[in-house]
Design a binder for this molecule. Structure first.
Ligand SMILES: [Zn+2]
Length: 295
């Protein structure tokens, strides 16, 4: 049984964390994402951390994952539900997608999940509007504070809050940054992750999201990259796209997500946020030296 599994219903919530009797020596990571399939961005790196580095990874999921239902066509027969119908989707998708997330999470080695069940009302680009009008800001902040205080994490993985990305992705990252920024001691290092087709990035000019100085990326250190096409195994016939594809395949209700299998943007890329301070770069370098040390 998992050490803690949290489901939030309305304003009522409780959290149970078993003391870390089974604490491991490797890196501990908290992933903060908006949607149930967003962790695919970190799939190979997390698999390395949990399977090869004796590390752990937990995940906070901010929305209930009811969005994007119009692409659930192929999943309708699998679940026996008319998921492309909005009413059916709103009723059933949150539970279905939590199961899909945990099935994918089992593949990459996720340990614990915290579900905040905030509304997932379609794609926009305005993160401020999401934070002000859609999500319960106080609830999200309070739970993140608590998870971070009790989790003793070394790293927090967020999706890079690039202006062109989904408002929910940006808002989730901003919430994570603000929560870590509120910590007075033992802060984890917060990283911004994304997939690129080349590494180092050739013409990557993003530095910060307007109005959110905490999102400023370090111009001095990083980024770090892990190529999912890195060969391994017998006769070098395997690579980490297999892991990410397996994870994606678990998200059968996420129709368009299936088309992302084995795409060319195979570099899982991680930038350091400036708010971490200069010492953080060394910790990230140590992490990626180990992640990239594939025999
Ligand atoms: Zn997403």
């Amino acid at each position: 049984m998992r050490p803690f599994l949290l489901a939030i219903l309305g304003l009522f919530f409780s959290i149970t964390i078993v003391p870390r009797a089974v604490a491991q020596d490797g890196p501990s990571v908290l992933i903060v994402t908006a949607h149930p399939d967003d962790d695919a961005s970190f799939a190979a790196t997390i698999h390395r951390i949990t399977h090869e580095l004796d590390g752990t990874a937990d995940l906070v999921l901010i929305t209930d994952g009811a969005g994007g239902y119009r692409f659930s066509t192929f999943a309708e027969d699998i679940y026996g539900l008319e998921l492309t119908n909005q009413e059916v989707a709103e009723k059933h998708l949150p539970a279905i997608r939590k199961k899909e997330l945990m099935a994918g999470g089992a593949i990459i080695g996720l340990r614990d999940y915290v579900f905040l069940d905030q509304p997932d009302k379609g794609k926009t680009f305005d993160a401020d509007a999401v934070m002000e009008n859609e999500w319960d800001v106080e609830l999200v902040a309070r739970v993140l504070d608590r998870v971070l205080a009790e989790g003793d994490y070394d790293f927090v993985f967020t999706m890079i809050p690039h202006p062109t990305t989904h408002a929910h992705h940006k808002a989730a990252s901003i919430f994570a940054l603000e929560a870590v920024n509120r910590m007075t001691e033992d802060r984890p290092v917060v990283l911004a992750g994304g997939s690129l087709d080349t590494f180092p990035p050739e013409s990557f000019e993003f530095r910060m999201l307007d109005g959110h100085p905490l999102t400023t990326l370090s111009s001095e250190h990083g980024p770090w990259g892990f190529n999912r096409n890195t060969k391994l195994g017998l006769d070098d016939r395997l690579n980490y796209n297999i892991i990410r594809n397996w994870l994606i395949a678990e998200h059968k209700s996420q129709g368009t997500m299936q088309t992302y299998m084995s795409l060319g943007d195979s570099w899982e890329t991680y930038w350091l946020y400036e708010m971490n301070g200069t010492d953080a770069a060394e910790a990230v370098q140590t992490l990626f030296d180990a992640v990239l040390d594939i025999e």
